[in-house]
Ligand binder design. Structure first.
Ligand code: G6P
Length: 600
C-alpha cells in the first residue's frame, strides 16, 4: 500500500524517483521521502508529511545523486509525520519498507536496550539499525542477516554510503519488481513506476533478495541459494498509466469500461456451443460437474463484484454460490470442502486478507481459482488456475472498470459452468449475445453523464443516503453505496429492499433520500412498492432501472435479466464521481484509503 522506487546508474536518481513516486502515489499518500548518495559518497535524505509533488518542489537544486531510494507512505505504525516518513536511517544506511514487521516491538526494545536511539514510531525503523549492526562486509549479507530476525511482510530497498553503486532489494509478501535499463537498473513496488523507463522487468518471489548494480543484478533466496530469473515484458502501454487529458483517473477508468469489457470477452465466447472458454481454469468438464458449491472471496469492491458473480453462478449454473469478505473467511477457521470451488477476486492481486484466505484454503487442500487483474501478482500465482480481467492498470483508489470486468468474467464463468450443467443451448446463446451487447450499452449509459452529474450535484447536498436493491439489485446497491462513501464521504447505507420495513424505514425523511435499483424483472412490482413506502414518508427517491419511476430516474438499456446488474452499476459510479467533484474532494486519492491494502 506504500510505494517504493529505486534507481542505480549513471543518471541523477532524484527526478526518476520523484516521477516514479508520483505514479505510485495512488497506493498511499500521507508522506513521502528520498535518499540518494551524493557525489562525495554522502547520504542525502529528504522526507516529510507532504504529497510527492510538494516534496519534489521543495528539494534544493544541489540535492542530487545515485543510487537512490524513494517512498510514499500509507501509515500503519505511527501517525503520518515527518519523522515517521521513510526512508529510515542508521548511520550510512537508508531503507524504505512496505509491509508490516510483526515483531517490531520486541526488536525496538532490544535495540533500545543496546543504546540505539530510535527517532520514529514505525516498525520499519528497526531495519536500518539491524542492517547497520550486522558484522557482514557485503551489504547483501548484512540485509540477509537483518531479515532473518524479522517476522512479518516486507518489500524493501536499501542503500549504504559505504557501498556506492549498489542497491539491495528484498521481498516477502509485498511486491518488488526490477526494471532492466541500458547500463542502469530500477526497482519498484509496482510496474507503474517503471513504464516510463523500461518495459523489461523481473518480479521477485517471496523470500528473494537482489543485489542490483547499474550493469545487472543477482538474485538469491534468504538462505543464500542463487536463483535464476527470466525477464518479462510489461503488458500495458505507458499511456495506460497516464490520465490522458481526463481530470481524474476515476473518470478515465469509468469511460474505459466499454473497451475493458471488450477485452474481458475477447476470444472467450464460443458461438458454436453457446458457452465460454476460459483457458486458465485448469478444470476439465468432469471436474466441473463435481462442483457442489462455489464460494467467492474478496475485499471491498472485489467482494461486491463477487456477490454479483455468486448470483450469476447460482442462476445460470444452478450451483449454490455465495460471496464472503476474504477478511472474515480467513479468521473463522472455515470448513473447506473438496467439492467446493473457491474463487479469490482481486484487482491488484496483492490484498493481504485475500492472499491469506487463498493460503489458508491451499493449506487445507481447497481448490482455488483467481479472478485477478494484475498479471503475475501474488494471488494469481498462488491459485490453482484462474481468469485474468485484462482491464488494464486501475489507478483511482475507487474501483470501477475492474469491478465491471470482474462481473463480466463471472458471467463467463457462470456460462461455462452452466453449459456443463443444465443451461440449455438457447439460454447459453441468450447470455452470450447479452454479453456481446454490453460494451455498446455501457457507451449509451456514459452518454448520460451530464444528466447524472446534475443529479449528483443535487444529491451531494444531503448528509446521508440509503441504497436499496432486491436480489439481483442488491449487490448493485451495495457497490453504489460503497462508491459514494469512498469518494464523496457522504454517508451511504445499502439495504436489501425487502428489509427496509424491518428497520431503516425509521430513518426515512425529507433529509434522507434513497437510491433504488429497479430492474424490469420479475421483482419489479415488489420494488415499486418499496419506492412507494419511501415516498409515503416523504423520502426523495432516485431510481436506476429501465423505466422512469421515483422522483428522479436514470434509465439504462435493458440486457438479459441476469446481466442487468452489470449495467445498473455504471450510473452509480458516475453519481459517486460527480458528487465527489461537486464537494471538492480529491477523487482519486480519498482520505484514509489506499488502492492496495497489503496489510492485515
Ligand atoms: C481497497 C481499495 C478498494 C478495493 C479493495 C480490494 O480497499 O480501496 O477499492 O476494492 O482494496 O482490492 P483488490 O485489489 O483486492 O481488488
Amino acid at each position: 500500500m506504500c510505494g517504493i522506487v529505486a534507481y542505480v546508474g549513471p543518471r541523477d536518481a532524484v527526478p526518476i524517483l520523484t516521477e516514479g513516486l508520483a505514479r505510485l502515489e495512488y497506493r498511499g499518500y500521507d508522506s513521502a521521502g528520498l535518499a540518494v548518495l551524493g557525489r562525495a559518497g554522502d547520504l542525502r535524505v529528504r522526507k516529510a508529511k507532504v504529497r510527492v509533488g510538494e516534496l519534489a518542489a521543495g528539494l534544493p537544486a544541489r540535492f542530487k545523486g545515485a543510487p537512490g531510494i524513494g517512498h510514499t507512505r500509507w501509515a500503519t505504525h505511527g501517525e503520518p509525520s515527518d519523522l515517521n516518513a521513510h526512508p529510515h536511517i542508521a548511520g550510512t544506511i537508508a531503507v524504505v519498507h512496505n509491509g508490516i514487521i510483526e515483531n517490531a516491538d520486541e526488536l525496538r526494545a532490544e535495540l533500545a536496550a543496546d543504546g540505539v536511539v530510535l527517532s520514529s514510531e514505525t516498525d520499519s525503523e528497526v531495519l536500518p539499525h539491524l542492517i547497520a549492526r550486522s558484522g557482514e562486509a557485503e551489504l547483501e549479507d548484512a540485509v540477509r542477516e537483518a531479515l532473518s530476525r524479522v517476522v512479518g511482510t516486507y518489500g524493501i530497498a536499501v542503500v549504504d554510503a559505504r557501498h556506492p553503486g549498489v542497491l539491495v532489494v528484498a521481498r516477502n509478501g509485498s511486491p518488488v519488481v526490477l526494471g532492466i535499463g541500458e547500463k542502469e537498473m530500477f526497482a519498484a513496488s509496482d510496474v507503474a513506476a517503471l513504464v516510463r523507463y523500461t518495459r523489461q522487468v523481473v518480479h521477485l518471489d517471496d523470500g528473494e533478495l537482489a543485489t542490483v548494480r547499474a550493469d545487472g543484478f543477482r538474485t538469491s533466496t534468504l538462505d543464500r541459494r542463487a536463483t535464476r530469473k527470466e525477464p518479462s515484458l510489461i503488458e500495458a502501454e505507458e499511456a495506460a498509466y497516464d490520465a490522458e487529458g481526463y481530470t481524474h483517473f476515476m473518470r478515465k477508468e469509468i469511460h474505459e469500461q466499454p473497451a475493458a469489457v471488450e477485452r474481458a470477452l475477447r476470444g472467450r465466447l464460443d458461438l458454436r456451443f453457446h458457452t465460454a472458454h476460459l483457458g486458465g481454469l485448469n478444470l476439465d468438464p468432469r471436474e466441473a460437474r463435481e462442483i457442489r458449491r462455489v464460494k467467492i472471496l474478496g475485499c471491498g469492491s472485489a467482494y461486491y463484484a463477487g456477490q454479483v458473480g455468486a448470483q450469476l453462478i447460482e442462476e445460470l449454473a444452478r450451483i449454490p454460490a455465495d460471496a464472503e469478505p476474504a477478511s472474515e473467511f480467513r479468521y473463522r477457521n472455515p470448513v473447506v470442502e473438496a467439492d467446493t470451488l473457491y474463487v479469490a477476486v482481486s484487482q491488484s492481486g496483492e490484498t493481504y486478507d485475500t492472499l491469506a484466505a487463498v493460503q489458508e484454503l491451499k493449506r487445507k487442500g481447497g481448490r482455488v481459482l483467481g479472478v485477478v487483474n494484475a498479471v503475475g501478482s501474488a494471488i494469481a500465482r498462488e491459485c490453482d488456475g484462474g481468469v485474468y480481467l485484462h482491464a488494464g492498470p486501475e489507478i483511482a483508489v475507487a474501483s470501477t472498470k475492474a469491478y465491471t470486468s470482474t462481473a463480466v468474467v463471472f458471467a463467463l464463468l457462470a456460462l461455462h459452468l452452466g453449459r456443463i450443467h443444465d443451461l440449455s443451448p438457447a439460454d447459453g446463446r441468450r447470455i452470450a449475445e447479452g454479453l456481446r451487447a454490453l460494451p455498446a450499452q455501457i457507451e449509451e449509459i456514459l452518454k448520460q453523464e451530464d444528466r447524472i452529474a446534475e443529479l449528483a450535484r443535487e444529491y451531494a447536498a444531503y448528509r446521508s443516503m440509503l441504497f436499496v436493491g432486491r436480489v439481483r439489485g442488491r449487490p448493485v446497491a451495495r457497490e453504489g453505496a460503497q462508491k459514494l462513501k469512498e469518494v464523496s464521504y457522504v454517508h451511504a447505507e445499502a439495504y436489501p429492499a425487502s428489509e427496509l420495513k424491518h428497520g431503516p424505514l425509521a430513518l426515512v425523511s425529507p433529509e434522507l433520500p434513497a437510491v433504488a435499483v429497479v430492474p424490469d424483472d420479475e421483482l419489479l412490482d415488489k420494488n415499486l412498492s418499496t419506492i412507494g413506502e419511501i415516498r409515503a414518508r416523504r423520502g426523495r427517491v432516485l431510481t436506476v432501472g429501465h423505466r422512469e419511476t421515483g422522483d428522479d430516474a436514470i434509465v439504462v438499456p435493458k440486457n438479459e435479466p441476469e446481466l442487468d446488474p452489470i449495467l445498473l452499476s455504471i450510473p452509480l459510479q458516475l453519481l459517486a464521481y460527480h458528487a465527489a467533484v461537486a464537494l471538492g474532494h480529491d477523487v482519486d486519492k480519498p482520505r484514509n484509503l489506499a488502492k492496495s491494502v497489503t496489510v492485515e
